[in-house]
Write a protein that binds this ligand. Structure first.
Ligand code: FES
Length: 304
């Protein structure tokens, strides 16, 4: 894969060890974003939510990473699927809603229907497709560990691919029984790199700015922050070069979550302050440490 010049120049600066002067394209250009989707965002693993979000058979929700859309669906308690959210007919989404419950998936564009395991059940207006067993939405590799739904966007196959290993660090087993105390999405008009830099450097922000005792990083776009009997799953959702959502799922074991402080949301406040820093010096926010993490992921494209 040929990398955009702005990334190659950045890589040369990282390897030279001197000053780094990033190009503006690194934060607003679609070719850069496309290279990041292919080389970085799809690396294993991505923690998408807590399993309690799929509490009943038929529950589903949608997760987005760049141009990739995934639908997580529970067929049965031991059959949870991570399906590519793209109709086999012409690629439209089979799941438009953020979340819901149903006994099937339905593409609104021309009416094709799918079972919850992705099998095509009713190809409207295409009665000649009599052997439907060959038609099914592809599955991403996924696993549920310590109550977290983990998806590997690098592995896609007609049948659920065998999941690879994952390192969950200090995340306690008890998280499997945790309750979700809040789930909130924060939309921003920033490139994802600004948000990763902020949140990975200040994981306590996921608790509203209080202390954080440990962090378990899960792939390039998600981590779990820990504090006593509480945890916060933080997931970046890069939508476009200049639009990134942050989703924070607060989890509490044994009703341990501290009551929210009334008034302004401290997470929103922290993001707003970071926005001021970005506006003041958009090319100066990220440091060498960030680029030394970033470049090795992207440089793999040159050798593949
Ligand atoms: S794109 Fe789904 S039915 Fe046509």
């Amino acid at each position: 894969m040929e990398l955009p010049d702005s990334i190659k120049t950045l890589g040369e600066q990282v390897e030279a060890g001197g000053e780094i002067t990033p190009a503006v394209e690194l934060f607003d250009a679609y070719p850069v974003f496309a290279a990041e989707v292919a080389q970085l965002f799809t690396r294993p693993w991505l923690a998408v939510d807590h399993v309690s979000r799929l509490a009943a058979d038929g529950d589903y929700f949608r997760a987005e990473v760049g141009s990739r859309s995934i639908v997580l669906v529970r067929e049965a308690s031991n059959r949870i699927h991570a399906l590519r959210n793209a109709c086999l007919h012409a690629g439209y989404r089979v799941c438009e809603e953020e979340s819901g419950r149903s006994d099937h998936l339905f593409c609104q564009y021309h009416g094709w229907s799918y079972a919850l395991d992705g099998r095509l059940t009713d190809p409207q207006l295409r009665p000649e497709l009599t052997d439907r067993s060959r038609f099914r939405l592809p599955h991403y590799a996924m696993r549920i560990e310590r109550g977290l739904i983990l998806v590997d966007l690098s592995t896609l196959a007609p049948e659920p691919p065998p999941p690879g290993p994952v390192d969950l660090g200090a995340i306690p087993e008890a998280l499997a029984e945790a309750n979700v105390s809040s789930r909130k999405r924060y939309p921003t008009t920033w490139n994802w790199k600004y948000l990763r830099h902020l949140l990975w450097a200040s994981p306590e922000l996921a608790f509203g700015g209080d202390e954080c005792s440990d962090v378990a990083e899960i792939g390039p776009l998600s981590f779990v922050a820990l504090r006593g009997d509480e945890a916060a799953l933080v997931r970046l959702c890069p939508r476009f070069p200049g639009h990134t959502d942050v989703e924070i799922v607060r989890l509490a074991v044994r009703d341990a979550s501290r009551p929210p402080v009334n008034g302004a949301d401290p997470i929103e406040e922290g993001l707003r302050r970071h926005g001021d820093a970005i506006a003041a010096a958009p090319l100066g926010v990220l440091d060498r440490a960030f680029y030394e993490w970033y470049w090795p992921h992207l440089s793999r494209a040159q050798s593949s």
